[in-house]
Structures are given as structure tokens and as C-alpha cells.
Design a protein around this ligand. Structure first.
Ligand SMILES: Cc1cc2nc3c(=O)[nH]c(=O)nc-3n(C[C@H](O)[C@H](O)[C@H](O)COP(=O)(O)OP(=O)(O)OC[C@H]3O[C@@H](n4cnc5c(N)ncnc54)[C@H](O)[C@@H]3O)c2cc1C
Length: 430
């Protein structure tokens, strides 16, 4: 073998970079391989939800985020397109200190992690290096083959981590059956200067139309607009003026801001998908993040869950090293701990896709009724918020809650706040 490490992580994305950093802090000899030539530069907005803030805090990263690039947002208003405000979600309901959503400028969160990863493990992150295949001995994964600038190399490792996103090659090489679903909607994203000033997030829902407007740091605003998957050429053919007119019709207050959209380079198109790997562990290998469980962005949790996977796995690895045991059964406690929460969020996101993205007037009416109920019902509102914030591992609505949410059953406990209002700590694996 050309190189030897305890752990090789394939992919320095949302999950892999955090895992590399956490293992580096624990003094575990780790190498992170990233196919991209350097840190990402593309346009994308980021929300650090309370559970992500907690992970960041525990790793000493929260204080490293440049304050001029981070906007704490407390209020999220949901409106009917062309109609009234339906509901306001107030992050202040959550227990401090994680009682705001942090909206960051593009890539700020990720660059902060990558800088710290390189500080803790100098030379432990190789850009421009692609995983090509697994090396196995008697069924056990014992390393990887990788390629950089046309040169192949072999790297031995006690554990190989597939953190290479929803179309994971590591997962394919492990032969893990996976269902991958492409949603029929994608999002057109943009970050624009916002001379009008904006402190609160606005979310507009119509018939097959969603428009989100989040305040960002530095007098900017982060916009996302739902379009049909693969329909970007059609949107572009209609022209920027058509888009500006549509957005202004939805939210006239930001007319001047929308006029700052003057070229397509100010936009990006993000397709959406879901991945469900049947198993996340094999002898000598494990999957984290989107490679194991990509989810629809309605959950607002994809990156957060990749990070929680990383810190959960990082807690288990020292005992595996001590016992020299990286078999699937030694790694399984990680999957057993993480899978229920992730699957709950995947299902929740799909329910949201069904009702929020709908063009069906009956489903849209039910959706709007639920939002209106949430506005009046503190208990249900808290349950939905704590799920989105990543602080709740069970579904936000129980059986009876669903009938109360659509307004066919009264809720005598509508003003109660549940007792479980303490932040979920990243619990240890027993
Ligand atoms: C429109 C949209 C909005 C979103 N909004 C949010 C949000 O608000 N909040 C949130 O939490 N999540 C959000 N997400 C989801 C989030 O981006 C992902 O869930 C998260 O990035 C997953 O992290 P990951 O590390 O698993 O994968 P990724 O971040 O995709 O990282 C995978 C890495 O592996 C590398 N790689 C791939 N193949 C190889 C190879 N062969 N060799 C070496 N390296 C390789 C890639 O270059 C990449 O850097 C959104 C997603 C979309 C599409």
C-alpha cells in the first residue's frame, strides 16, 4: 500500500469534513479525500438549524463563524400566494442558546469547517483526489484506490467512510441496495442585495408555486423559487423580466430588490432527491450523510443530519480502534442510533412535498388549514418547529394531532408547551 491511515473518509462535504475534523481533534490518523480541486465556491444559501449549531458549538466552530456573514433569524412567516398570512413560526419558542435559525452567506459554514479540519490535521485533506474502488481482503474492506492527476494510489485503512453524497460510488462499490428518488421539482436560488432591508423570513405557498425569501448577512437576501425539475431552460427562455414580475406580484415589498436580478449568473439551479440505503454498515466500511439518506430540502435538515452522523460515528470509532474491530456488527450501533431520526425526517419532508408542492386545490386547502391551525395552536407549532430545528426525533404530529391540525377535532391542550423543551444533546451510544 502507498499510504496507511486508521480512517479514510471519501468526500469533504457537509458530513465528511465534520468527521475528519472531529477525528483529527481526537488524534485519530485520518485522511479525507475530495474530488473537487478546492473548497466549494458555488452559489448556495445555508441555514444552520439549532441541532447544527449545537454540533458546531461542541466542536468549537460556532465562535469561528465570521459574524458579518451570519444572520440570526427569529421569525418565519408563511403566506398564501395572493392571500393572507397563514402562520408565523417563532424560533424564540425553543430553549436558548439555540433559539434562532442562522442564515449564512454561501459556503461560509463549509469553509469554516474546512479551515479547522486543515488546522487540526495538516495534510489530512487531499483535494483533487477521487475514490475509484475499494480494496478488500476476505470480504473485509481494508482500504481504497484513488486517483489524482491521472495517477493511481492505494491507501490502506481500518475503516473507509463513504461521505460522497447521494450518488455515492463507495455505496455502489459496497453493493448496498439503495432506492434513489428524483423529485419532480428543483429550486432556482439567488442571493441579491436587499436595499429594502429585511429581518424576518417570508415563505409563500401557492398552487405548484413556492417562493422563499430569507434575510442574509451583509444586506443581502437569499431567495429560492420552486421550478419543475429540468425546466431551467424554459425559465431562462422566458427571461429575467418574467421572473422579476412573478416575484414582485408575490411580494411587492421587495420590488427594488428583485430589480437587482440582472443576469442568470446570479442564479443557480438545485435539483432535489432522496436516497435510502438499505444498510449503512459493512465489514470495514460505513456510509454517512446523503450517501446513506439524502432527503428533500423541505426538511431543512440534510446537512445537519450529515453532521450529526459524523459526530455520532466519531464517538464510536475510538472504541472500535481499541478493540481492533471494525466489523459491521461493531459499527451497527451508529446506524441503529441514527436511522430512526433520519427516516422520520425523510417521511416528514415527503409529507411536506405532497402538501406544499401541490397543484391540487383540495390538498392546497388542507395545507392552508394546517398552517392556520399552527398559528393558533402553540403545542402543535412547537412540535413542528422542534422537528425542523432537529431537536425532536419523533414525528411532529401523532394520530390525533393530525385531525386537530386540519381542524376537525378540538385541541384542549392547544396552549400547552411540551415538557421536552431542552435541547437534544448529541447523546452517547450506550
Ligand atoms: C436545493 C437544496 C437546498 C438545501 N438546503 C438545505 C438546508 O437548508 N439545510 C440543510 O441542512 N441541508 C440542505 N440541503 C441538503 C444538503 O446540501 C446535503 O444534505 C448535505 O450537503 C449532505 O452532506 P454530505 O456530506 O452527505 O454530501 P455532500 O455535501 O454532497 O458532499 C459529498 C462530497 O463528496 C465528494 N465526492 C463525491 N464523489 C467523490 C469521489 N468519487 N471521490 C472523492 N470525493 C467525492 C463531493 O465532491 C462532495 O464534496 C439542501 C440541498 C438542496 C439540493
Amino acid at each position: 500500500m502507498d499510504f496507511q491511515y486508521d480512517v479514510v473518509v471519501v468526500g469533504a462535504g457537509g458530513g465528511g469534513a465534520i468527521l475528519g475534523l472531529d477525528l483529527g481533534r481526537k488524534g485519530i490518523k485520518t485522511l479525507v479525500l475530495e474530488q473537487a480541486p478546492g473548497p466549494p465556491t458555488g452559489l448556495r444559501g445555508e441555514i444552520l438549524q439549532p441541532n447544527g449549531q449545537q454540533v458546531f458549538d461542541n466542536l468549537g466552530l460556532l465562535e469561528k463563524l465570521p459574524s458579518q456573514a451570519v444572520k440570526p433569524v427569529r421569525l418565519f412567516h408563511f403566506h398564501q400566494i395572493g392571500g393572507a398570512r397563514m402562520c408565523t413560526i417563532d424560533y424564540d419558542m425553543l430553549p436558548p442558546p439555540y433559539n434562532r435559525a442562522l442564515v449564512t452567506l454561501p459556503n461560509i459554514v463549509h469553509h469554516t469547517v474546512l479551515e479547522q479540519l486543515q488546522a487540526y490535521t495538516p495534510g489530512g485533506l487531499w483535494y483533487g483526489t477521487s475514490f475509484t474502488q475499494l480494496i478488500k481482503r476476505g470480504g473485509q474492506v481494508v482500504g481504497v484506490e484513488a486517483e489524482t492527476q491521472g495517477r493511481s494510489m492505494t491507501i490502506s485503512a481500518k475503516l473507509v467512510v463513504g461521505a460522497d453524497g447521494p450518488f455515492s460510488k463507495v455505496r455502489d462499490a459496497l453493493g448496498i441496495p439503495t432506492s434513489v428518488h428524483h423529485y419532480s421539482e428543483s429550486y432556482l436560488l439567488s442571493i441579491l442585495d436587499c436595499p429594502d432591508g429585511l429581518e424576518e423570513a417570508q415563505y409563500f405557498l401557492g398552487r405548484k408555486e413556492i417562493f422563499g425569501i430569507f434575510p442574509a448577512a451583509g444586506g443581502k437576501v437569499y431567495l429560492f423559487y420552486m421550478i419543475g425539475s429540468g425546466s431551467m431552460p424554459v425559465v431562462q427562455a422566458s427571461g429575467l423580466q418574467a421572473l422579476r414580475i412573478k416575484w414582485t406580484a408575490i411580494y411587492p415589498e421587495l420590488k427594488r430588490t428583485f430589480q437587482n436580478l440582472v443576469e442568470w449568473e446570479q442564479t443557480a439551479n438545485m435539483p432535489t432527491g432522496r436516497a435510502r440505503a438499505k444498510s449503512w454498515v459493512r465489514d470495514g466500511a460505513v456510509l454517512i450523510g446523503d450517501a446513506a439518506h439524502g432527503m428533500n430540502p423541505h426538511a431543512s435538515q440534510g446537512r445537519m443530519q450529515a453532521m450529526v452522523d459524523a459526530v455520532t460515528l466519531a464517538e464510536l470509532i475510538p472504541s472500535c480502534l481499541e478493540r481492533e474491530d471494525f466489523s459491521a456488527s461493531a459499527l451497527r450501533p451508529y446506524e441503529e442510533k441514527r436511522r430512526p431520526h433520519v427516516e422520520m425526517l425523510q417521511r416528514l419532508a415527503d409529507v411536506e412535498v405532497f402538501f406544499w408542492n401541490t397543484g391540487n386545490p383540495i390538498l392546497a386547502t388542507i395545507r392552508n388549514r394546517v398552517f392556520s391551525t399552527l398559528d393558533r395552536n402553540r403545542r402543535l407549532r412547537y412540535q413542528v418547529l422542534s422537528a425542523t430545528a432537529g431537536l425532536r426525533e419523533t414525528p411532529p404530529f401523532g394520530f390525533v394531532d393530525r385531525f386537530q391540525a386540519i381542524g376537525v377535532l378540538p385541541d384542549p391542550r392547544a396552549d400547552d408547551l411540551p415538557q421536552d423543551t431542552l435541547p437534544v444533546r448529541t447523546r452517547s451510544i450506550p
